[in-house]
Every structure is written in structure tokens, then in C-alpha cells.
Design a protein around this ligand. Structure first.
Ligand code: RIB
Length: 289
């Protein structure tokens, strides 16, 4: 069984800053790290680290071969990643001493995906998952193909816009949002998370844990967050989503999957960086123990 991930691939330029910049400010960084990132790539890495068989569907520009090489080294199948005439996406990530971040994205190749990147979905079926975020094009088309073939669709609604979520509501089996995104959606649609037309809604609440709403039977499961000293919160949501989906894919219960995802995200925030800082399953299990 396979997890297919239609996801962004970015070069992350991560600047350590004394505080997050404000309008009109010129701010000197104290350190710079360049590495693999992108919500899609981070989630693929997290799912592979959690033991899933992951096929990444996305695109890079002519400048991005290093990114797919790194993804492959981290256990992700990149045979369906296209090279397009648009430069590889990148992100300017500022991280303050408390681990909080601010991100500016250049979508680049991530929003220029040709239909051919969806070719692997011809092999998907019951027992497989399709994973989507908002940093690419083709999400609705991919979800339609996957559902027609009997696969389940998990949608991580970031970067968040109400319009993007509305387009996906009838097309996914699980939606994952943070508390701020859930509040915005709730205001826009005039309903609670337990009333969305999606079977499962997962809301992450940072230091306050995470909630699982099963809208089919009005059940809610909540898990607390682990208390850690944050160094860098970048990619924590991606780590949570990746471990959650991989655990469900492997047959874990909702509670067990939430607990694993919560521990993986907690461990991630104690480490600087994005894709390279995502922990392995062994590290997460040791942390939980
Ligand atoms: O979620 C973190 C990610 O958001 C970063 O890796 C950056 O590339 C942006 O996509």
C-alpha cells in the first residue's frame, strides 16, 4: 500500500533573527541555513520516516535536482517529480529565539505542475491514501482521480484560504488544520468543525494538543501536547500531518495515530531546520517512552 503525495518542493532559506521583522524594518540575521523544505516535501519525509511507502508527485525547475536527490535519500520515491521551465519554489523563513516563524513563499514550479505528475494515481486503489496541501495546483483533479479509484484523501489546508478549502470540502476524507485556520473557516462557513462535510476533521492546537472530530458520529478525541522548549516550529504541522497519515495508513487507531503525530511534532520543534530536522520513527518512539 502506498501514500501518494501531491506536494510542494522548496528550497528553504532559514534565517535566525532576534525578532520577527516588522513593516519597514531592516534586520540582520544571526545565522543562515539552506535546506529542503516545502509543506509537501516535509510531509513526504515525515511519512517516509514513519515507515510509509511514499510516492511524491510534484515539480522542480532546472535548478532543483538537489532537492529530489535529498528527498530520495530520505526514503521518498521521486520518479514522478517533473522538471519544468519555472524555477524551483523557495521560502524565506525567519525564526525568532522562541522558535516562532514567519515565511514568505515563491511558489515557482510548485504552481506549474503539468497533468503528467498525476500519472502514478493510475495505480492507486483501496488501502492507499492521497495527501494534498495548498502549495501546488491540481489538487481537485488529483482528489477526483484518487476517490474514483477508491483511495482515501487527506488534505492539509495550508497555506490557508477559505476558497481553497471550500473547493476541497466534498473531495476529502480528512482535513487537517491548525486552530487559527479552523477559527477562520468556522467564521466563513458559520459552522463548527464537527459540522463540516468531511468525515474527519483534525485541528492542531500547538502547545494545547490536537482534536479529532469524527463528523459521522459526532465523536471527538483529544490528545495533549508534549511540553518541550521550542527551537524552531517550522514544519511542525507537516511533521504532525505526515506521522498521523502514515500511522492511519498502517492501521493505527485514531488515538494512537494522534499520540504518535503529537510526539513527532513536539520532537521536531526542539530541532532547527525543516525536512532534515524531521525525526525518525525510532526517535519518536524513544521520545514517547
Ligand atoms: O510548513 C513549513 C514549510 O512551509 C517550509 O518548509 C516552507 O518551505 C513552506 O512551504
Amino acid at each position: 500500500m502506498t501514500v501518494y503525495n501531491l506536494g510542494s518542493i522548496n528550497a528553504d532559506h532559514v534565517y535566525a533573527v532576534p525578532h520577527l521583522p516588522v513593516a519597514g524594518e531592516t534586520l540582520a540575521a544571526t545565522a543562515l541555513q539552506r535546506e529542503l523544505g516545502g509543506k509537501g516535501a516535509n510531509q513526504s519525509v515525515a511519512m517516509a520516516q514513519a515507515g510509509a511507502n511514499v510516492v511524491h508527485m510534484g515539480a522542480i525547475g532546472a535548478d532543483g535536482a538537489w532537492a529530489t536527490e535529498r528527498l530520495q535519500q530520505l526514503g521518498v520515491d521521486c520518479s514522478a517529480v517533473a522538471t519544468v521551465a519555472t524555477p524551483t519554489g523557495h521560502a524565506i523563513v525567519c525564526v525568532d529565539p522562541g522558535g516562532e516563524n514567519q515565511i514568505v513563499l515563491f511558489p515557482g514550479a510548485n504552481r506549474a505542475l503539468p497533468d503528467q505528475v498525476l500519472a502514478p494515481l493510475q495505480h492507486c486503489g483501496a488501502g492507499d491514501w492521497l495527501v494534498l496541501q495548498n502549495e501546488t495546483n491540481l489538487q481537485c483533479k488529483a482528489a477526483q482521480i484518487a476517490r474514483q479509484r477508491g483511495a482515501r484523501v487527506a488534505y492539509s489546508a495550508a497555506p490557508f484560504t477559505v476558497e481553497a478549502v471550500q473547493n476541497m470540502l466534498g473531495l476529502c476524507d480528512m482535513i487537517i488544520m491548525n486552530a487559527g485556520e479552523a477559527a477562520q473557516l468556522s467564521r466563513a462557513l458559520g459552522c463548527d468543525m464537527g459540522q463540516l462535510p468531511v468525515p474527519v476533521v483534525v485541528v492542531t492546537r500547538g502547545a494545547e494538543g490536537a482534536d479529532w472530530h469524527d463528523t459521522r458520529n459526532a465523536q471527538q478525541i483529544s490528545v495533549p501536547a508534549h511540553k518541550v522548549q521550542p527551537i524552531d516550529t517550522t514544519g511542525a504541522g507537516d511533521t504532525f500531518a505526515g506521522f498521523l497519515i502514515a500511522a492511519l495508513h498502517a492501521g493505527a487507531s485514531a488515538t494512537a495515530a494522534l499520540q504518535l503525530a503529537s510526539a513527532a511534532a513536539a520532537l521536531k520543534v526542539t530541532r532547527p531546520g525543516t525536512a532534515d530536522a524531521i525525526p525518525s520513527m525510532a526517535q519518536v518512539q524513544a521520545f514517547m517512552a
